[in-house]
Design a protein around this ligand. Sequence first.
Ligand code: ARG
Length: 469
Amino acid sequence: MKETQKTSALNKKDTSWSGRFNEPVAELVKKYTASIGFDYRLAPYDIQGSIAHAHMLSVQGIISVADFKAIEGGLLAILDEVNAGQFEWLLDLEDVHLNIEKRLTDKIGDAGKRLHTGRSRNDQVATDVRLWLRTVNEQVISGLKKLQLSLLDLAEAHFDTVMPGFTHLQVAQPVTFGHHLMAYVEMLKRDVARFEDCKKRINRLPLGAAALAGTSYPIDRELVAKSLGFDGVCENSLDAVSDRDFAIEFTFASSMVMMHLSRFSEELILWSSPRFAFIDIADRYCTGSSIMPQKKNPDVPELVRGKTGRVYGHLTALLTLMKGQPLAYNKDNQEDKEPLFDTADTLLVTLEIYADMMRGITVNKQNMRQAASEGYATATDLADYLAKKGMPFRDAHEVVALAVRYAVDQKVDLSDLPLAKLQEFAAEISDDVYAVLTLEGSLNSRNHIGGTAPAQVKAAIARAKSGIN
Ligand code: ARG
């Protein structure tokens, strides 16, 4: 009798809202609360997670093996539909999870309705996001390494190309272009380490937490973790469904990469401007102006600089999304996806485009050298020369400042001053000073690990290359 009543109650229900409600959700609310417009891209991971979950349910005797087989077959067929672009995503079904579950049930009947045993969309979505992000995280690491390799190629070609090194954007001391590029290789090395580290936090299984408190079914979480390639399970069910710090961490690491590339972009923009004319960026990375025929604009580096703000915005959005949430799951968390997806999309395409842009950079060695020799870039070398002859460095600094002032007045370089003139500033100076005042002399003297001497730059390139696997 009881059973009949239940069945008839279910049969009577011909609407898509649950028995708990007296009226359907308002159309606008449906649109407002749905996430299918963006979370459809989790579909392959949702299916992967569901198969692992259903398998565990069957191993544990919670559902039959026959039901598991039906679920697995149905889900794989749905995956084919998704991959072929044939799956029809319905707004009425709110999100990727409900869309797939409904389709499964339409396909295989009651077995499909058993899939959701012992889980909730809360642990399901957390699992999907982690599976998706784990893949993306690997793609980012590989993109970073490819960019490093392309920077290394350029650095290798310019291990001894002289350019002015800047502080305060003023010519400071000569460096090699290769050395300058290697600074970015170092930054990217740390970025790779950040994503490697982030993976440890991403790669934990939330499933089993169910809605928030765990489940009364005799589940085997370790088995699910193992079959999905997770390093282990999230150890607290409340934390498992509500935590998104792994996503925030990924977005932070992404922001850091963008910050590094934005700095570099700023330099590319400056160097490629006719005022500097240090480099030329291949035409395929630039655009013209619709009104000024002479213009060749460095659009790609400018956009990288601009998109950095966008990724920072996503980091702020995610941090702010979490800050007011009490445990455990709240619908707020649905808002994690768009910032996270856009962060990944922006970063991955930026890394790809950057690696190729490096291959399209040509260097105007003459202009770089000219700029280095015009800025009194070897003044420190003269002070060091005097200090090595016994003059206290502070005094040497002052003496050279006077010599530079004189040379500026005369509109000549330090190395253009005759020996007798230089000796008026310091009697210690003899004709071996000219070797010190040359750009090559300055570079070669900085011959220690981390220094700009071409021999050191070569060694740094070799070390970096051997570190990239
Ligand atoms: N679309 C939801 C999200 O992205 C899935 C979880 C829904 N859970 C719930 N209790 N309403 O977070």
